[in-house]
Design a protein around this ligand. Structure first.
Ligand code: BGP
Length: 463
């Protein structure tokens, strides 16, 4: 079934700063936790150079405009604005994003800016990171600074990328394991920080809109056994609803509260938190979606090591609560990530029913080992198939009544994957470098570039 999308549908493409920019110490930039963290399963794939988007942004934006996108989701590196997280503004950093914004507007591409995408300033991490309240204050001040600098031109904002994945797979993203008590104090601070910036965005930017950007994957029970359904209930809450219920309803939900209680976690609130939670709300939900998750109830401790290496879905186990389970009805990609297009429709419907806010998909895509041919082509039919199946389900969700306002897949250009280096590519545009050799970073349009261009031009999937 083909679907024609609404006239004002937002077609985009997404990236983050630390995975694309490089120039990690240029023009006064400070170090972030992504510049310092140890990576375990690839040699360099350094974020120091990444895709050198910092120097190639004009060329990249020109190519993206040729592809036809009308929104571009990118993040600001906090350490370019405040090298140590707070203090004096670094003017060249502030100027850089001003130039990027102007370049986008020149091509009628609306910026959708993520305030923070996994790259907390190292100086703040040294003081306790999201575990301490002073990081909230620093984040709010940083957000106010960029709202004031760019709010005349940028109306759409996203808060903190995937706080849920950041905490769930802490070791892989932040380079260290966080004890559960500290983890959920961090949760509280991250979510309170988000509340402050919802409020400040609305106060400082005329017509400014802002939303949370969690990674949402609906959780299925492995079987129809009631205990597996309990496992799914808890993991849905801990992985998904705890975050969005906080953002959209200003509350800790009951299942999540029970999970915290069973783990003896005590959250410290500041006096102003309760009131803030109930008064600052988002305008939309931005959602990153790659897959759904299936869990069962773990029954014996010896079962705990499931050894499935997958960042987003199965590599999950918490004694007494849930354990990742390989869904036998779904296929996987070459990096072991489960593929579930219909799950996207169900996730969208669930989300819309639950929160009743417009939704924009800000990540969805296929990581693969692409190959550049001698004549400068990349035949990524597998990516086209993935995107087609997911866009189809976006159309089906809209037809079923979901207010889905846009689709901005991951990623605009090839970038350094969070834990697989440059070998795992997502882009519509190929960036010619390897793990070891950064070469000249030449850009090449993949087959998916032309395919997506056609989708955007016709506002529908090709027959
Ligand atoms: C999301 C992150 C992105 C991106 C993506 C793919 O969780 O927001 O930054 O990296 O996942 O993950 P990976 O790079 O591990 O394939």
């Amino acid at each position: 079934m083909t679907h024609t999308f609404p006239d004002n549908f937002l077609w985009g493409a997404s990236i983050s700063a630390h995975q694309t920019e490089g120039a990690y110490q240029e023009d006064g930039k400070g170090l972030s936790v992504q510049d310092t963290r140890q990576r375990d399963n690839h040699a360099i794939a350094d974020f120091k150079v990444a895709s050198d988007h910092y120097h190639h942004y004009k060329e990249d934006i020109k190519l993206l405009s040729e592809m036809g996108i009308n929104v571009f989701r990118f993040s600001i590196a906090w350490t370019r604005i405040f090298p140590d997280g707070r203090g004096a503004v670094n003017e060249p950093g502030l100027q850089h994003y001003s130039d990027v914004i102007d370049e986008l507007l020149k091509y009628q591409i609306q910026p959708f800016i993520t305030l923070n995408h996994f790259d907390l300033p190292q100086a703040l991490e040294d003081e306790g990171g999201w575990g301490v309240r002073s990081t909230v204050d620093a984040f709010v001040h940083y957000a106010e600074t960029v709202f004031q600098a760019y709010g005349d031109r940028v109306k759409n904002w996203l808060t903190i990328n995937e706080p849920n994945i950041m905490l769930l797979v802490d070791k892989k993203i932040l380079g260290k394991e966080i004890p559960i008590q500290e983890k959920y104090q961090q949760f509280h601070h991250l979510m309170i920080a988000e509340k402050y910036v919802f409020k400040r965005c609305h106060e400082l930017i005329t017509d400014g809109k802002i939303g949370p950007v969690p990674n949402i994957s609906l959780v299925y029970p492995a079987t129809s056994k009631p205990i597996d359904n309990q496992a799914a209930l808890y993991f849905n809450s801990v992985r998904n609803w705890a975050y969005l219920d906080f953002s959209c309803f200003g509350r800790y939900n009951t299942v999540f509260k029970d999970y915290l209680k069973q783990n003896d976690v005590q959250i410290t609130f500041a006096p102003e938190d309760e009131a803030l939670m109930k008064t600052a709300f988002p305008d939309y939900i931005a959602m990153n979606f790659y897959t759904t998750v299936t869990v069962e109830k773990p029954l014996a401790k010896k079962e705990m090591a499931n050894g499935i290496s997958d960042q987003q879905s199965e590599d999950i186990m918490e004694w007494g609560f849930y354990k990742g389970f390989t869904n036998p009805y779904l296929e996987k990609n070459e990096f072991n990530w489960t593929i579930d297009p219909l799950g996207l429709k169900t996730t969208l419907q669930t989300l819309y029913d639950r929160y009743n806010l417009p939704i924009i998909i800000t990540e969805n895509g296929l990581g693969a080992k692409d190959e550049l041919t001698d004549d400068g082509a990349v035949h990524d039919q597998y990516r086209i198939d993935y995107l087609k199946q997911h866009i189809e389900q976006c159309g089906a969700a809209i037809e079923a009544g979901v207010n889905l306002i846009g689709y901005s897949p991951w990623s605009a250009i090839d970038l350094v994957s969070v834990h697989e280096g440059i070998s795992k590519r997502y882009g519509f545009i190929y960036v010619d470098r390897t793990e070891e050799d950064t070469k000249e970073m030449k850009r090449y349009k993949k087959d998916s570039f032309y395919w997506y261009q056609d989708v955007i031009q016709t506002n529908q999937l090709p027959k």
